[in-house]
Design a protein around this ligand. Structure first.
Ligand code: PLP
Length: 234
């Protein structure tokens, strides 16, 4: 078994253990493998271990990978900041966008999504701790933004995403995830058909699973530490 297979195997064990420990139904946490800055060969290895759901932050890099691996059997998720001049290729190529944080971007994605494709799955990125350096909408803006996005026929609003501050302390890690889950529950109580809480990375996936994550986004613990921006090779 190569390193990526072994890493994935221990990651599945960690996910399973966390599901049991925090009374989550087995299989309720999906794994999104974050492949930004990773080579074609690394992706090929993750694919051969049975992964098909990949997250990318940079459009050009993602397009090169999509051209290599296709979009048929693979599910590509855009998780980086969305610039308004990139909405057309993003809407054309991806199955999901986790990082929508304003209406203008949602409208542009909606307008660019081809009628022949299924609606583009959307998560609203929330700046849950109100950090000046982070993108994402505030919790207060969520109900209004969700209501507007629900009217866009080429988008399917699936849930919420957050990227909280890093912490080594488990209790501190849980707090922002709990706040995001509360915001999610309030929207669901208002009949928004949400099913996705995209939260948790390599350093805090257990805390995210404890607080109800349905999709965790993992790069480092699949591929190893990233040594700067690797060029997209072969
Ligand atoms: C890079 C990235 C991840 C993966 O983080 P790791 O710590 O490598 O697991 C998850 N989400 C987003 C938005 C990212 O940019």
């Amino acid at each position: 078994m190569n390193t990526i297979h072994m890493n994935l195997k221990s990651l599945w064990d960690r996910i399973h253990t966390a599901e049991l420990r925090f009374h989550r139904p087995p299989g309720s946490v999906k794994l999104l493998v974050v492949s930004k800055n990773r080579s074609m060969e690394e992706i090929r290895e993750a694919l051969s271990a049975g992964q098909y759901r990949f997250g990318e932050n940079y459009l050009q890099e993602a397009i090169t990978k999509m051209d290599t691996f296709g979009t048929g059997d693979l599910e590509w998720h855009f998780i980086g900041p969305v610039q308004s001049n990139k909405t057309r290729p993003i809407a054309a190529r991806f199955a999901w966008v986790h990082s929508v944080d304003r209406l203008k971007i949602a409208q542009r994605l909606n307008d660019a999504r081809a009628p022949g494709l299924p609606p583009l799955n959307i998560c609203l990125q929330v700046n849950i701790c109100d950090e000046a350096s982070k993108s994402g909408t505030g919790v207060e803006q969520l109900p209004g933004l969700a209501a507007e996005i629900l009217r866009l026929p080429r988008l399917a609003l699936r849930g919420l995403m957050t990227m909280p501050p890093l912490s080594d302390d488990f209790t501190a890690q849980r707090m922002p995830f709990r706040l995001l889950h509360e915001a999610y529950s309030r929207l669901r109580a208002e009949s928004y058909p949400l099913d996705t809480l995209s939260m948790g990375t390599s350093s805090d996936l257990e805390a995210a699973i404890a607080e109800g994550a349905t999709m965790i986004r993992i790069g480092t613990d699949v591929f190893g530490a990233c040594h700067g921006a690797a060029p997209v090779d072969n």
